[in-house]
Write a protein that binds this ligand. Structure first.
Ligand SMILES: CC(C)(COP(=O)(O)OP(=O)(O)OC[C@H]1O[C@@H](n2cnc3c(N)ncnc32)[C@H](O)[C@@H]1OP(=O)(O)O)[C@@H](O)C(=O)NCCC(=O)NCCS
Length: 180
């Protein structure tokens, strides 16, 4: 691993993963930048909602609400993790995960995405492990998430990585969790 001096994160406080992006042999992990990444992540979100049949009535409004929750969390908590995964200069994934405010030993993975042409190559695992390492360093002992019941691929992916179903979430979602 080597630290990148460019792509500095936008966190206000002290981040547990340092003030730089991180690069391994093939991949870069860098914080979400609203100016340059918002259209990309909006596309990722809509693609996932299309897969799961949960496209909201007002896509733009839904995106604005999601974007403002990312921005608020980035301001509030330097341990908040909204990372872009890059490969050969192209963005191939995104993850959004953070310690819960009222239960900081529990992390929540809010969104996790790999572009279709790069799936089933181990990138989803790599991105999730990266985020879980950040949450673990922030003191989280377990992580949870909500996944659409119709998202068979994602459920299989999380089960493969040791997550188990813990119950029904709100509406069309299932709850899953695992220890870290
Ligand atoms: C879910 C998602 C992130 C998985 O990413 P990925 O890069 O394809 O996953 P990986 O290649 O790292 O797979 C890790 C393991 O999960 C398994 N897996 C991945 N997708 C699977 C599928 N559709 N069915 C069964 N197993 C699957 C892999 O076989 C692999 O197991 P292995 O290590 O034993 O070979 C990706 O499918 C995705 O972006 N989906 C759309 C967005 C989404 O639904 N996000 C989750 C909801 S928030």
């Amino acid at each position: 691993m080597r630290l990148l001096r460019r792509n500095r994160p936008i966190y206000a406080g002290k981040s547990i993963f340092g003030k730089t992006g991180i690069k391994d042999m093939n991949h870069t992990f860098r914080p979400f930048n609203p100016d340059s990444d918002k259209n990309t992540v909006a596309r990722f979100l809509l693609d996932t909602q299309t897969i799961t049949g949960t496209v909201p009535a007002d896509v733009d409004e839904n995106w604005k609400r999601y974007l403002s929750s990312i921005l608020l969390a980035q301001k509030r908590d330097p341990n908040y993790c909204a990372m872009m995964l890059g490969e050969d200069g192209l963005t191939v994934g995104f993850i959004d995960a953070f310690p819960l405010i009222k239960d900081s030993v529990t992390g929540f993975v809010r969104f996790d995405y790999i572009v279709p042409e790069k799936r089933k190559l181990g990138l989803g695992r790599k991105l999730l492990e990266y985020a879980l390492a950040i949450l673990s360093r922030a003191g989280c002992k377990r992580v949870c998430l909500d996944v659409a019941k119709t998202n068979i691929a994602a459920i299989a992916f999380y089960q493969r990585l040791g997550w188990t179903m813990t119950g029904e979430g709100n509406g069309p979602f299932l709850k899953m969790s695992r220890e870290i």
